[in-house]
Ligand binder design. Structure first.
Ligand SMILES: Nc1ncnc2c1ncn2[C@@H]1O[C@H](COP(=O)(O)OP(=O)(O)OP(=O)(O)O)[C@@H](O)[C@H]1O
Length: 586
């Protein structure tokens, strides 16, 4: 309950605002609210999803111009034009997102600048939109018979939208879909390997951010009752991003803080700088530039986390609810072949990392893939899990060729993996990281999450994650940030994440690296238990004692090729292996 006090106080202050605040402050708050709505979208898109956009102002313009034109020219009701604006923005954003989101690195921000500028010039140059003079005479909005004529009245509508946007986005982030969105930032490879459709997830957050911007534009048009292209240019696009970054790009409330700070500061600087400097000009832009550099230097995550640190730490530990266990896939028949790889070759340009490799894994067996550094073991793993498909050869999982399957399709069929270089989301709890593994065992979408209609399923997913964390012996770290664990433990978290998908084949890339002796013993025990339950395990490992004491069969690789294959004892005695590999170790 105490946790909600600051929010309750904030809402109470807002509700009382128009009674005691001067009109000028209400106007300022209205703008803060409008900007915050756009910045909330950017928190989701850029802060959480890692996709930088400078072009959000153009979507604000789409919302504003759609309603301005349709209400003034054709007498449409503002509520109808809101729906039309959202539909139009959705369509435009889908198209732009489809094209730009494929671009990686700095091409994406550049792409957003390009369409931001294009839409701005479209608004300014299309005659029926009033050119650079814009459109006047936009009607007021009526809400349940109440006409919102003054800024005071509009204030309530704007801040209601802000609060609902915060609530919706926070709910979304605290869900299966939210974890998928957050997994984007950890690199698409891990998310895809856990079954997340990353292109779709990117489009979804891009659409949400665009729709929020459109909503802000619609509100703006009916508050101002006049639109012109200026507020929708690229400058404003940069300013929105600036607000989100300063406030705290990874935090929904940071958007409100950033919008508030920048708006008030801008107003203040515009009033005072000309007095101080004795001449007029846009000097605030220079101050903003310096402030941005300072914030990025001193508080990379923005000011919201700094503010949070000043408040007493609230018990944010998540409560786990008893929930019905998730259904499990039917186990493969004992001894049946799960995976076959034949003649697999993988080339990286001129380098042949895997050459004519073959292996198979059965249900209820531990198969180890060993070999010196650079032998090509991880490459083979990546070919099998379609993270980096083979150049030649045949791989079949459960009798089906994986040639046309993506990594997420293979995950859906029951193969799960860990990574040689741990791919966890360091700031997220161990519980949430492991729950990403259960992604494919849930089905609730973005809307259900935003409206909190996914709680039943969510409880089951989290209970499953908790079960796997207990199983791997990390119960006491369940609510710790994954990044705070020792590297060896992080590898174990990856195993729990893989297990949360209920796989029939588990691919473990160096699971024992960084573990202490007793932890290795416990891991070997766990893997034996999983094998006993009928799971197939393919293991890459350098620790020979661990491998030889656990594996049923061993494949030895050298220079990308298979050197030997057989039971551990036989492989250990093989002169070729002794010479090439084990000889150097023993
Ligand atoms: N994406 C890539 N692009 C180019 N070369 C690569 C790529 N991935 C791996 N290689 C090369 O392929 C060879 C095999 O690497 P791989 O990581 O599969 O070996 P490994 O047996 O897993 O080694 P280690 O035990 O050190 O992890 C190496 O020479 C490596 O540099």
């Amino acid at each position: 309950m105490i946790r909600h006090l600051p929010l309750a106080a904030f809402v109470a202050l807002l509700a009382a605002g128009p009674q005691w605040l001067p009109e000028f402050h209400i106007t300022l708050l209205n703008y803060i609210g409008l900007y915050a709505i756009v910045a909330i979208g950017l928190v989701l898109l850029t802060g959480v999803g890692g996709l930088t956009s400078f072009g959000q102002a153009a979507f604000v313009g789409l919302g504003a111009y759609t309603t301005a034109w349709l209400t003034t020219q054709f007498g449409y009701s503002p509520w109808a034009t809101l729906l039309i604006g959202l539909a139009l923005t959705g369509a435009v954003a889908f198209l732009l997102g489809f094209i730009t989101l494929r671009m990686g690195g700095h091409y994406l921000p550049l792409g957003t600048i390009a369409w931001g500028i294009s839409l701005y010039f479209l608004f300014g140059n299309v005659e029926f939109l009033g050119g650079h003079t814009g459109i006047t005479g936009i009607p007021t909005v009526s809400l349940l018979g109440w006409e919102l004529k003054s800024g005071d009245e509009f204030f309530y509508l704007i801040w209601l939208v802000v609060l609902l946007a915060i609530l919706g986005v926070r709910n979304l982030l605290d869900s299966r879909q939210g974890r998928a969105i957050r997994a984007l930032k950890g690199g698409g490879v891990m998310a895809e390997a856990m079954g997340v459709n990353t292109p779709r997830t990117k489009i979804v957050i891009f659409l949400i951010a665009a729709l929020l911007a459109c909503l802000s534009g619609w509100l703006y048009a009916h508050l101002q009752r006049f639109v012109s292209p200026t507020p929708f240019g690229i400058n404003m696009g940069i300013e929105y991003l600036f607000m989100a970054v300063v406030g705290g790009i990874g935090h929904v409330w940071g958007a409100v803080l950033g919008a508030g700070l920048i708006t008030v500061l801008k107003q203040w600087l515009q009033d005072w700088l000309p007095h101080i400097l004795g001449q007029s000009g846009n000097f605030e832009v220079i101050v903003f530039g310096i402030a941005m550099v300072l914030v990025l230097q001193k508080a990379r995550d923005g000011l919201w986390p700094v503010l949070l640190r000043l408040l007493p730490a609230s018990a944010r530990q998540r409560r786990l609810v008893d929930a019905e266990a998730l259904p499990r896939r039917s186990p493969a028949a004992a001894g049946s072949v799960l995976l076959t790889a034949e003649g697999v070759t993988k080339r990286f340009g001129g380098l042949v990392a895997n050459n004519n490799m073959s292996l198979s894994v059965q249900a209820g067996e531990v198969m180890a893939l060993i070999g010196p550094n650079g032998a090509g073991k991880s490459t083979m793993f990546n070919c099998i899990s379609a993270v980096n498909p083979a150049s030649e050869g045949k791989i079949a999982f459960l009798g089906e060729s994986t040639a046309k399957l993506r990594s997420r399709d293979i995950a859906r069929r029951g193969m799960s993996r860990t990574f040689q270089h741990v791919r966890l989301l360091g700031q997220m709890s161990v519980l949430e990281n492991v729950a990403i593994g259960a992604h494919l065992r849930g089905s609730k979408g973005v809307l259900a999450a935003a409206l909190r209609l996914d709680r039943g399923e969510e409880n089951r997913l989290l209970a499953e994650a908790a079960k796997q964390i207990e199983r791997v012996g990390l119960k006491e770290h369940m609510f710790d940030a994954a990044g705070s664990l020792a590297l060896g433990q992080q590898r174990i978290v990856e195993i729990a994440r893989a297990l949360a998908s209920d796989p029939c084949l588990l691919l473990l890339d160096e699971p024992a690296a960084g573990l202490r002796y007793q932890e290795k013993q416990a891991l070997a025990e766990l893997l034996r238990k999983l094998r006993g339950e009928g799971m197939g395990i393919l293991l890459v490992e350098h620790d020979m004692d661990f491998v030889m004491g656990l594996a049923d069969r061993v494949v030895v690789m050298e220079f990308g090729e298979k050197l030997a294959e057989g039971e551990p004892e036989a492989v250990q005695r093989d002169p070729k292996v002794l010479e090439a590999y084990l000889g150097g170790v023993e």
